[in-house]
Design a protein around this ligand. Sequence first.
Ligand code: UDP
Length: 161
Amino acid sequence: LRSKSTGLPDVKERTLIAVKPDGVQRRFIGQIIQRFEQRGFKLVGLKMLQASEDLLSQHYSELRTKPFYPRLLKYMSSGPVVVMVWEGHKVVQTSRTMVGHTNPAEALAGTIRGDFSFHVSRNVIHASDSEEGAQREIQLWFKGRELLNWDCCDQSLTLAV
Ligand code: UDP
């Protein structure tokens, strides 16, 4: 979690967040983005797409033997998704806390699933569950040039005259 070059806490960690088809259809895109912005994370990639079965089967390859897998793929391809890459210190772990338990019945109020959903088959949002998983998923959903490095205007006033 520390930068090898500077020894400072790593603020460049990245995670993949997806607003699932039910989250898009129920118009939660804005509220979900707002939660990540207000927490202090940086948006470095964003797109809306209709995910193909091939992409989804790679994304959920670890779950292919689960009984719910066919229904999961049908759900995830039932409409467009909004996929995002968010960057910041411990963003993987913090996002999982913000998103809440996989089963909305067990998700605490105040979490995204706890506030916006009630059933595991329609739980509104995806968040990578580990740093390795995040790297794999980001490469799967985004091309390198679709991820942007940018600086915040309030970190430097060198341009002010
Ligand atoms: N899922 C489901 N039924 C289950 C468990 C999971 O439909 O009993 C779906 C649900 O959409 C979940 C996704 O499969 O978000 C991936 O499951 P995982 O265990 O990876 O949970 P997550 O990381 O999304 O919390």
